[in-house]
Design a binder for this molecule. Structure first.
Ligand code: GLN
Length: 457
């Protein structure tokens, strides 16, 4: 097209300025426009990349050199990152423009964006008489793309934080295989589960984003050293002969009946595309949530020990000695959900309890992973609902952690097993709320997963 990146970026910046979704924690218009001008220069020289000049919003969990990076926490308010996350660098290397940093649950802990120190985010699909959450923890990224404040955004997914907000905001959200995208410069929550991924309108856009974001990085010890891939390469392949497995455990108690109907209808549509549908079982699925809520807090309690008021971010102003400084800093700097996780995690890791909780949870994780291996002997992809319900009202679940945790009951198993998974648009409820269809594929089969998503869209 003829629109310059500067014009495009300007347009998005003014939409952001005029919006009331609270989707962004910070923007730096001058910096974004400078990046856009540089991209326009490259366009003038006929340099082409599908992302050249494209503005992209970045979840505020990614460090960007010289930019405030808060992770949604008071603890990091005003923290200026001294280096850039690999994922952001890779998107930049394709000529994309950083539009700003999006709102998120504090340290990515949450499913509603309500734990952000920078305030709740409004779901653009909220009806006139009610304010709904966008999901979380990548709630700002989801709201930004859904409201047309950015054409695409990055997110991170430890237990569902890309897929659940994608389903609440009618987007395509992809969590890649564990190790696909470097975690370098992405503030750690639960290191064995965390993965970065794209949040877009379509699988086609997600494929372009992932192609730029993925790749080996020697600065992340769990980064996969596999060949670079073009994730768009299979998009247009036929689905003739595809076998879809539908785990019966994903349609049990707690699932909203309208969501079930919409998801079943979406899966049925695949028959017209040449697919066969088969009922399968993941018998240990009920163990996913309990094992996740030991493993994720355990890793978080360790990762978050670095926020001690000494090295970066917030420090309490009144204290008597070093221990008092640590205590007051962490008491004042962290919100309730983060403290809850740190306490659960420290307990699960403590001597005498480690074997009973942490090591037990790791064993359950293996069983869950084995279930997937067995299921994929019978099918090419698994499908079900992304979440048990559509988006809910702000303040309706904030005081009930367990009901909040149940949001991720269908998404967490893929994180525990390290598998790629996506949420795509399945349809709308009678109240016009979006519902997501969840797709899980075998390890490293993102290209196939995106093909399956694209053929439906
Ligand atoms: N909602 C889940 C949690 O609070 C998942 C969060 C995430 O994926 N970052 O832990």
């Amino acid at each position: 097209g003829k629109t310059s990146s500067v014009e495009l970026t300007q347009d998005y910046l003014s939409r952001i300025k005029n919006s009331n979704h609270n989707a962004f924690i910070s923007i730096d218009a001058e910096q974004s426009l400078a990046e856009a001008a540089a991209a326009d220069d490259l366009r003038g020289q006929q340099k082409t990349s599908p992302l050249l000049g494209l503005p992209i919003a970045q979840k505020d969990i990614f460090c960007i050199d010289g930019t405030q990076t808060t992770c949604g926490s008071k603890m990091l308010e005003g923290f200026i990152a001294p280096y850039t996350a690999t994922v952001v660098d890779k998107l930049k290397a394709q000529g994309s423009v950083n539009l700003g940093k999006t709102n998120m649950d504090e340290f990515a802990m949450g499913s509603s964006n309500e734990s952000s120190y920078f305030g709740a985010v409004i779901n653009p699909w909220s009806p006139a008489n009610e304010t709904l959450v966008p999901g979380g923890s990548s709630g700002g990224s989801a709201a930004a793309v859904a409201a047309g404040l950015a054409p695409a955004a990055t997110g991170t997914d430890t237990g569902g934080s890309i897929r659940q907000p994608a389903s609440f905001c009618n987007l395509t959200g992809l969590k890649p295989s564990y190790g696909r995208c470097s975690r370098y410069g992405m503030i750690a929550f639960a290191s064995s589960l965390d993965q970065a991924g794209p949040m877009t309108h379509t699988a086609e856009d997600a494929a372009l984003m992932l192609t730029a974001m993925a790749g080996f990085d020697q600065r992340d010890s769990t980064s996969l050293n596999v060949p670079q891939e073009d994730f768009s390469r299979l998009l247009n392949e036929s689905l003739n002969g595809l076998t879809i497995g539908v785990p019966k455990e994903f349609f049990g108690e707690g699932l909203d009946s309208e969501v079930a109907t919409l998801v079943e209808a979406a899966i049925k549509e695949y028959e017209a595309l040449g697919a066969t549908i088969k009922s399968v079982s993941l018998p240990n699925s009920h163990l996913a949530l309990p094992s996740y809520y030991v493993i994720a807090p355990a890793e978080a309690s360790s990762n978050l020990s670095r926020f001690d008021g000494v090295r970066y971010g917030f420090r309490a102003s009144d204290y008597t000695d070093l221990v008092d400084m640590y205590t007051k800093t962490r008491t004042e700097g962290f919100g309730d959900e983060v403290k809850r996780r740190i306490m659960i995690g420290a307990y699960a890791l403590s001597s005498g309890y480690y074997d009973a909780y942490y090591s037990k949870a790791q064993k359950l994780r293996r069983l869950i992973s084995n279930d997937f291996d067995a299921a994929f002997e019978q099918c090419d992809v698994l499908m079900g609902p992304t979440t048990p319900s559509p988006a809910f009202a702000i303040n309706s679940r904030a005081d009930d952690p367990v009901s909040m945790y149940l949001n991720d009951i269908y998404t967490i198993p893929a994180n525990l097993a390290g598998l790629p998974a996506a949420s795509i648009q399945a349809g709308f409820t009678n109240n016009n709320l979006p519902v997501g269809l969840h797709l899980i594929s075998p390890y490293l089969q993102e290209a196939k997963l995106l093909n399956i998503a694209h053929q439906y869209q």
